[in-house]
Every structure is written in structure tokens, then in C-alpha cells.
Design a binder for this molecule. Structure first.
Ligand code: BES
Ligand code: ZN
Ligand code: ZN
Length: 497
């Protein structure tokens, strides 16, 4: 796919794309007046039913691709544009149309951004393991942008960086565990640090982790022949401008989660190749934040381990001392994510974060509660919570605020140790309350449980089976907002929730 952003039509295009709204036969605001008139005259009198199969039509000797941008329940208008652009790109590629022009002179910047993302989503395929690879036909999209040309070019560059990060996250998540061990993940992070200006990396292996008391990683990872690592990436885009804000992103990176000795049933196991989605999303986000040179201090902590069965695996009932001194009895070896994250949160405190956002495919309870379309999150800070919802909306990613209900905290108490790693009620809330026990003092924190949204088992919006890349854009947008004067309500243009 190639995007050519030009002020006026070049005359080179073989086709034009027109977005329409199905039910009302009304054209979306992004059409140029010219396009609108053409379509109006052709479609005059057509009934709704016709649109179902209406793909192509010749208008003034040009193939015209119709893309349905009709309202679907629960989908925002920006997301409709993404979905429509995604369908358009797929259709144009299938029909082998070399140049398609989109009349976007009247489009708002955020509409163009959504369209550019939608076109790019159509490019993704994960065929590394297919013996026969299909080459997709490359389409050039000519964006006729009129007065917006310069602005849209800038947006297109941003979208390219964001999409590169999304592809990185999706590829990591889709890769089977045998080919992406914690050590392999470290190598990928090192390569990214090497080729991304301003990004530095620190890697702790199991020996170092044990020496420094990061026992969550050791406890979870020691049962595997593929040992655990903790990776800290740092980026400072502030150019020494004094700002107290420092965002640390912490990602659960279970390259595979068998459940450990509390073994998972076979049905739910293959999907556990995606249990490192938090770490993949975190790595992708900091890569994009550094590439975009967002003026903010950002750290990324990747908590990498494999939860496996071996004769050195943690045994149910074992007790370890976490980095902050609290003792934890491992009640269930399958509740391993919160154990590595206890170290990740400690590390975020050590690097001096003011704001911590952790991402984790943490609980099956969250999948049951909110499904694949919404991520539940927990926060101790209203400004951060509001920012996550608003940034998510702008990026077509849905977040729902969940309660850190203290009434359930007693369920985490253990008879011998300070805590046990499972609660007695409300699985997703108990997990969040457990994490809160390890939160460094005076930090604004949000825990994003992406167990439902990171990986889908059916086609969804503009993703096929597998990784969605969910969260990458919201994190980038959050960093942007923080860099533009902080998250307090007074500084944002967003509404209260
Ligand atoms: N990785 C899983 C959670 C998960 C489930 C992610 C489904 C994606 C899809 C996590 O480590 C886990 O196994 N959690 C347990 C915790 C329980 C033992 C307290 C769960 O949710 O069942
Ligand atoms: Zn587990
Ligand atoms: Zn897990």
C-alpha cells in the first residue's frame, strides 16, 4: 500500500472510492462536493437492498468502489471510517486496481487519520508459518487533500509509525512460544533499542534478578528451561526541560502460560502464546513514542518469563518474599502474571515514575465480564483514568473503569504469609488489588487487563484471528497528552466521564 497525498486529482487513478451510509443513502461528510454530486445522480432512486452487493459501478468511465460506512451498533463514527477504509483496501487489492483516489479535501484531520489506519490494517497478514504465501496486489491510494495537504502528510507519517508499532506487537503476539522465548524477546527488544534513536536498554537475567530480590520473576520462571528476564527501556524526550511527569509502562510478558503445576485445560492453552501481549504492547508503544520524539520521559518494563512445569517449578503453598518485602504464598501457580508484575511495578518505582500504566492478559474473569471488545481497567487516579478512556475513544479502543473494591482485599490474606496470590471473590478485581499491594508510593497508576482484547478467536473489525494490537495507540496518545501539559482536567480538552 502506498499513500500519495496531493492537493488536486492527478488524473492517474483508475478508480475512485466513495464512502456511503447504507440506511439513509446519505454520503458521509468526508466526500468532496464533486464526488457527492456524481454519486447522488447515479444512486438516485436506488433502494437500500441494492447496497448489499454494490461494489463497483462505472461513473464517468471510472470504476467506483463503494464502501459501506453504515452505522453499526456500538461502533463510533471514527471507527466506521476505519472499517470502511479497511474494506476498501481489501477490495481494491483483490480487484487489482493500481490507483484509487479518495476525495478527502473536506475531511477533518481525525477522519483522515482513521482512514489511513484502516487502509494500513488491511495490509497485515501473519503468514510466516504458511508454506505457500500469497502476494497481495499493491494499491496506491491517492488522497486528494486540497488545503489539508501539508497537515495530512504529517498525519500519514504519524500513522506509519503507529502502524509499524502495531505490526511489531501483533507479530510478537502471534509467534508461537517455541520461537519467542523470553531470551528471544530480549533479543528483539535489544534490536529495537539499537535502531531507535534515544532508546536505551537494561536487561536483568535470572541471576541478577535473584541477587536484587525480584523474586516474582524467579518464582514464576524458574520451572522452565527457558529462564526469565526483566527488561527496562528508557527514553527521555524532554531534552532536559524540567517536568515531573515520567510515564512507566509495565507489560506482562508470559511467553507461554501452561498454568504451571495448576495446569490449564487443553482447550484454553494454545491461546496462551498471547500471554506476553502486555510486554509486546509496551515495547511497541515505547518504540513509537521514541520515534515520534514525543517530549516526555518514558520507561518500559517488560516482565518476561515462561510458566512451565518442571522439577524446579514453584509448588502450590510455596512462599517467596517480593521486592518490596511483602511475603506471598503461591496459592495457584496459574495466577502467575501478578507475581512478575509485582517486580515490574517495583522497577517502575526505582526508575522514578510519576505515572505507571501496566498492561496484562491477567484474568479469565475479565474476558467473561467484558468480552473481546472492551478492556477493563483499574486506577487510583481520576485524571489518569479519564485520560485512558478519552485517549482510547480517540483511538477507537474501548476501556471501562472497574472498581478497586477494598471489601474484597481481605480475600488476599494468607494464614502464613502476608498475602496469597488469589482472592476469594471477583477474579479481575482481586488481581488488581493484589497488584496495588506492590505499587510504589505516590504514583498515579492504572492497571489495564487486556485478557479479552489482545487476541481474538474470530474476525473482528479490522483484524483477523489472532493478535489485535489493542492498546498500542492508546498508550502513544496518552504519552502525547501527558507531554502537552499533563493530564489534569484543566489541561485537557476532553470531557469528564
Ligand atoms: N493468562 C491467564 C489469563 C487469561 C485467560 C488470559 C484467558 C487470556 C485469556 C492468567 O495467567 C490466568 O491463568 N489467570 C487465572 C487466575 C486464577 C487462577 C486466579 C484465571 O483467570 O483463571
Ligand atoms: Zn496463568
Ligand atoms: Zn497468564
Amino acid at each position: 500500500m502506498k499513500l500519495n497525498i496531493i492537493a488536486k486529482e492527478s488524473g492517474k487513478s483508475n478508480a475512485q472510492a466513495l464512502f456511503f451510509v447504507k440506511k439513509s443513502v446519505q454520503f458521509s461528510a468526508i466526500l468532496s462536493e464533486n464526488g457527492e454530486k456524481q454519486v447522488d445522480s447515479v444512486l438516485n432512486g436506488m433502494v437500500d437492498g441494492v447496497f448489499e452487493d454494490l461494489d463497483f459501478l462505472e461513473i464517468d468511465g471510472k470504476a467506483t468502489i463503494f464502501v459501506n460506512a453504515a452505522k453499526e451498533r456500538g461502533i463510533s463514527s471514527l471507527d466506521h471510517l476505519r472499517m470502511a477504509a479497511y474494506r476498501l483496501a481489501q477490495r481494491a487489492s483483490k480487484k487489482q486496481i493500481p490507483v484509487v483516489s479518495l476525495m478527502l479535501a473536506d475531511a477533518a484531520p481525525e477522519q483522515f487519520k482513521s482512514i489511513a489506519h484502516g487502509l494500513a490494517y488491511a495490509e497485515y497478514k501473519f503468514d510466516a508459518y504458511k508454506s505457500k504465501k500469497k502476494e497481495a496486489f499493491q494499491v496506491t491510494f491517492e488522497i486528494v487533500a486540497g488545503e489539508h495537504t501539508a497537515e495530512f502528510k504529517k498525519i500519514a507519517d504519524e500513522v506509519a509509525v503507529e502502524q509499524k508499532a502495531i505490526v511489531l506487537a501483533k507479530n510478537l503476539i502471534n509467534t508461537p512460544a517455541a520461537d519467542l522465548t523470553p531470551a528471544d524477546f530480549v533479543e528483539r527488544a535489544k534490536t529495537i533499542a539499537k535502531y531507535t534513536e534515544g532508546l536505551t536498554i537494561k536487561v536483568r537475567d535470572m541471576k541478577q534478578l535473584e541477587k536484587e530480590g525480584f523474586m516474582g520473576h524467579v518464582t514464576v520462571g524458574k520451572g522452565s528451561s527457558r529462564p526469565p528476564f526483566m527488561v527496562t527501556l528508557s527514553y527521555d524526550g524532554t531534552k532536559k526541560r524540567t517536568s515531573a511527569d515520567h510515564l512507566a509502562i509495565v507489560g506482562k510478558g508470559l511467553c507461554f502460560d501452561t498454568g504451571g503445576l495448576c495446569l490449564k485445560p487443553p482447550k484454553s492453552m494454545p491461546e496462551m502464546i498471547s500471554d506476553m501481549s502486555g510486554a509486546a504492547t509496551t515495547l511497541a508503544a515505547i518504540q513509537a513514542i521514541a520515534t515520534l520524539k514525543i517530549p516526555l520521559k518514558v520507561s518500559a518494563v517488560l516482565c518476561l518469563a515462561e510458566n512451565a512445569i518442571g522439577n524446579t517449578s514453584v509448588l502450590p503453598g510455596d512462599i517467596f518474599t517480593a521486592k518490596n518485602g511483602k511475603t506471598v504464598m503461591v496459592d495457584n501457580t496459574d495466577a502467575e502474571g501478578r507475581l512478575v508484575l509485582s517486580d515490574g511495578l517495583a522497577e517502575a518505582g526505582l526508575v522514578g515514575a510519576s505515572h505507571i500504566v501496566d498492561l496484562a492478559t491477567l484474568t479469565g474473569a475479565m474476558v467473561r465480564a467484558l468480552g473481546y471488545a472492551i478492556a477493563g481497567f483499574f486506577s487510583n487516579d481520576d485524571d489518569l483514568a479519564r485520560a485512558i478512556i478519552n485517549c482510547g475513544e480517540d483511538c477507537c479502543e474501548k476501556f471501562w473503569s472497574m472498581p478497586l473494591e477494598e471489601e474484597y482485599a481481605d480475600g488476599l490474606k494468607d494464614k502464613f504469609a502476608d498475602l496469597k496470590n488469589t482472592g476469594s471473590d471477583a477474579g479481575a478485581i482481586s488481581a488488581a488489588l493484589f497488584l496495588q499491594e506492590f505499587l510504589p508510593a505516590d504514583t498515579a497508576w492504572a492497571h489495564l487487563d487486556i485478557a479479552g482484547t489482545a487476541f481474538v478467536d474470530k474476525r473482528w473489525k479490522y483484524t483477523d484471528y489472532g493478535a489485535t494490537g489493542f492498546g498500542v495507540q492508546t498508550l502513544i496518545e496518552l504519552a502525547r497528552r501527558m507531554s502537552q501539559g499533563g493530564l489534569s482536567e484543566a489541561n485537557g480538552s476532553y470531557e469528564t466521564v
